[in-house]
Design a protein around this ligand. Structure first.
Ligand SMILES: [Fe+2]
Length: 225
């Protein structure tokens, strides 16, 4: 990702800006993070080479806000987690209405989604939160919930979707995940958003690892076919 390229030459530039310009830039940056991406060097060169007109800023900020669907900070990591949450919640609902092959396919997708999501949280996001937010009890509980998710996933993988215990186990997983999501969105993420986490740096690491994990999952599920 081009993330850090442009931050390198930003210092001198910031010094030449007025406070108003710096404020606009910060707003724009927040909006851009809502896209889950950062300005490419092309965007950087064309917009930052000269200070963009206020119309360009306004438009970008509006577009970013729309994409963020009203979140406070337009934080790419938090946005990604919330999107993942929505995806699995919907799939858990669809599971109970589906049948046969479609049902098995949904279960497989959910498991894959949860494995990628849990990996990112456990390896990168939770440690970053622990460093900046004083909430060990809350984080320990979240980790225990992840542990149970992994136990259920391991058990599900040993069962055939046609096994009579599969549906029950999968639905218990759904209840656990739904509860976990409520706590994450209600308690953990708001505190994380208010903390001093270096979101740009974390976003870059999370996006990179997500790409790797998704690629790994895609290649193993291809091999299985
Ligand atoms: Fe989680």
């Amino acid at each position: 990702m081009e993330t850090l390229e442009w931050t390198k030459h930003s210092d001198a530039m910031f010094k030449s800006w007025t406070d108003a310009q710096t404020n606009m830039w910060n707003e724009w940056l927040k909006a851009m993070q809502g896209f889950g991406t950062f300005p490419s060097s092309q965007v950087w060169n064309t917009t930052i080479g000269k200070f963009p007109s206020s119309q360009v800023w306004d438009k970008t900020i509006e577009a970013g806000k729309e994409k963020n669907m009203g979140t406070r900070t337009g934080n790419a990591v938090v946005e990604m987690l919330k999107q993942d949450h929505e995806t699995v919640k919907k799939l858990f609902e669809e599971f109970n209405e589906a049948e046969g092959k479609a049902k098995a396919e949904i279960a497989k997708t959910v498991i894959q989604e949860l494995e990628v999501h849990a990996d990112l949280e456990e390896r990168l996001i939770y440690p970053a939160i622990r460093d900046e937010v004083d909430a060990d009890d809350m984080m320990n509980e979240a980790v225990e919930e992840h542990h149970l998710v992994h136990v259920l996933i391991a058990e599900l993988k040993k069962l055939k979707p046609s096994d009579e215990r599969f549906d029950a186990k999968f639905n218990v997983l759904g209840e656990l995940v739904t509860h976990h999501i409520e706590e994450e969105e209600g308690e953990i993420l708001p505190q994380a958003e208010d903390s001093k986490i270096d979101w740009e740096e974390l976003t870059s690491r999370v996006m990179k690892r997500k790409e790797q994990l998704v690629a790994k999952h895609t290649s193993t599920s291809r091999k299985r076919r």
